[in-house]
Write a protein that binds this ligand. Structure first.
Ligand SMILES: NC(=O)c1ccc[n+]([C@@H]2O[C@H](COP(=O)([O-])OP(=O)(O)OC[C@H]3O[C@@H](n4cnc5c(N)ncnc54)[C@H](OP(=O)(O)O)[C@@H]3O)[C@@H](O)[C@H]2O)c1
Length: 513
């Protein structure tokens, strides 16, 4: 990085949870690794009254609580220097007049830090504020590159839209003020090392790609399970649900990385063009498809490890007869040459037995089974398990001969754990994404056309659930793997969902592949 090029990161919603929990600790980590430019400052923006000192103290507490290397690993003098670069201004974010003060303050900081008017705006407010903030930035010309070679960029937090219409509407409003190459729509899943490793696994090895298609793959499964419930986010979650919160963005992005064609180059344009093609090839869901192939569930009260857990409808700020789904499992197809007739199964849920995200590639069985008689049971097919979290790694399952007479076959695993690669810790997703944006690399951010394409796919489900509220919503006791009906989605007698981490112990997060 050219460290002589400075910047000011302007965070709207700086008094909120995301800033203190994720953004400032990520910046602190980047500072530790000397990855931030020398001329760097943060300007927090919010309605809450605070001076620089109070903001710095609040952020220091956040660093101590949330930084991956606790306590803040930077030396004391470096820590002081980092904190001294955090500034704050209180404005009414809805009031256009207040942006004149914001502009003045930015200009003063720009002179102080010599940042060449490079401004990175970060929208960390509730989504209903995005439009007004963007318009106000535009009307004060804070979107324009006024100095030669300077830049202005904007990061927009998820959710980007609430359905297809609102996403289109937001896109068109954003693009009236900023050009597409200034806009970075964040999906923090794409910042995870192991998600990026999907690309490396597929495209830096010669052995997988020849098998990566309908001729050899029977079906593909993606699971993202959370062990916690809605915690204190009931108010937000009850208006969102698992389909909007997890499937439209994180899970479909993972599907795109698994299913995309090899890009011509590793630059942002090539990779994002290929992921878009996957979204455009998703077979549209008819009403019958949705009724048969999309299962929604909601957790009910239960006892987990002796502890009484509330049902979703008893959580704070959740409607007492809420129909919001806390679980979704679905089956769909990608209509292109590579994936014709290969079913994709994805599921996500809250209050499932463990926290795990993984992709399972189920290969077709060998065409002629030689050893079934000896084994007594049919051989399961080969599986490649790509674990995103926790205990990140890759496992290949295949049959091996049991030593001794005859040909007894046993399933074994060849597994790689990311922790074996080096003792380097895995950077937090926000760390990677903030750095990429500072460097102007949009590869891991969603483009406007992709966001709209994923909403197009999801929209018919949202519509059907709204128009036909009687659509079945299955209850599942908190701490179980979701509604049993989800098992019947996989319509092959030899297959079920993989139930990972069976050996997880109560007092450990270690989840064996
Ligand atoms: N927290 C996370 O881990 C997380 C993860 C993924 C995505 N996100 C997304 O990131 C964004 C910020 O999340 P957050 O958890 O930090 O949110 P938050 O704590 O609810 O809100 C952030 C700040 O926005 C300002 N704000 C709230 N309501 C406002 C209103 N009506 N008008 C103007 N300003 C308002 C508040 O600051 P002032 O009152 O000082 O103005 C608040 O401190 C959200 O879009 C969220 O969906 C968060």
């Amino acid at each position: 990085m050219d460290k002589s090029k400075g910047l000011i990161l302007v965070i709207f919603g700086a008094s909120g949870d995301l800033t203190v929990r994720k953004l400032i600790p990520a910046l602190c980590d980047l500072k530790n690794q000397q990855l931030l430019p020398k001329n760097f400052a943060v300007l927090g923006v919010g309605r809450t009254e605070m001076d620089d000192k109070a903001f710095q103290e609040k952020m220091l507490n956040g660093i101590r609580e949330f930084l991956s290397q606790t306590p803040c690993a930077i030396a004391n003098d470096s820590q002081e220097e980092f904190l001294s670069k955090l500034h704050y201004i209180s404005i009414n974010t809805s009031d256009s007049n207040d942006y004149a003060r914001l502009k003045q303050r930015l200009s003063a900081l720009d002179s102080q830090y010599n940042t060449s008017e490079n401004y990175l705006f970060y929208l960390a407010t509730p989504p209903n504020m995005y439009e007004v903030i963007i318009n106000n930035l535009g009307s004060h010309e804070l979107n324009k590159n006024t100095v030669p070679d300077s830049w202005k960029r904007i990061i927009i937090e998820k959710p980007f839209g609430y359905d297809l219409n609102s996403a289109r509407d937001l896109n068109s409003k954003v693009l009236k003020v900023f050009s597409e190459d200034q806009v970075y729509r964040i999906d923090h899943y794409l910042g995870k090392e192991t998600v990026q490793n999907i690309l490396v696994t597929r495209f830096s090895n010669g052995i997988f790609e020849p098998l990566w298609n309908r001729n050899f793959i029977h079906h593909i499964e993606v699971t993202s399970a959370e062990s916690i419930g809605v915690e204190n986010r009931g108010g937000y979650y009850d208006t969102a649900g698992a389909l909007r919160d997890m499937i439209q963005n994180h899970l479909l992005q993972i599907v795109a990385l698994v299913a995309m064609e090899p890009p011509a180059t590793s630059d942002a344009r090539s990779i994002r063009n290929e992921t878009l093609k996957v979204f455009q090839s998703l077979r549209p869901l008819t009403e019958t498809d949705i009724e048969q192939n999309v299962i929604r569930g909601q957790y009910t009260a239960s006892t987990i490890k002796g502890k009484q857990m509330a049902g979703y409808r008893d959580e704070a700020n959740v409607g007492y007869c809420s129909k919001t789904e806390t679980y979704v499992a679905m089956k769909f197809f990608i209509d292109n040459w590579r994936w014709s007739d290969v079913p994709f199964y994805i599921r996500t849920g809250k209050h499932l037995p463990i926290r795990v995200t993984e992709i399972v590639i189920h290969f077709k069985p060998s065409p002629h089974v030689l050893f079934t008689k000896e084994t007594g049971v049919p051989m399961t097919s080969n599986q490649l398990v790509i674990r995103i979290q926790p205990d990140e790694g890759i496992l290949l399952k295949f049959g091996m001969k049991v030593p001794g007479s005859g040909f007894k076959v046993q399933e074994v695993g060849m597994d790689f754990h990311y922790s074996q690669l080096s003792d380097k810790r895995l950077p937090d997703a926000y760390e990677r994404l903030l750095l990429d944006c500072i460097l102007g690399d949009a590869t891991l951010f969603s483009r406007g056309d992709s966001v709209e394409a994923t909403w197009s796919f999801i929209d018919p489900i949202l519509k059907l659930w709204k128009e036909k509220p009687q659509t079945k919503l299955f209850g599942y006791p908190a701490g179980t793997w979701g509604p049993e009906n989800a098992d019947s989605l996989i319509d092959s007698p030899d297959h079920t969902w993989r139930y990972p981490c069976k050996n997880l112990t109560a007092d450990s997060n270690y989840c064996e592949l």
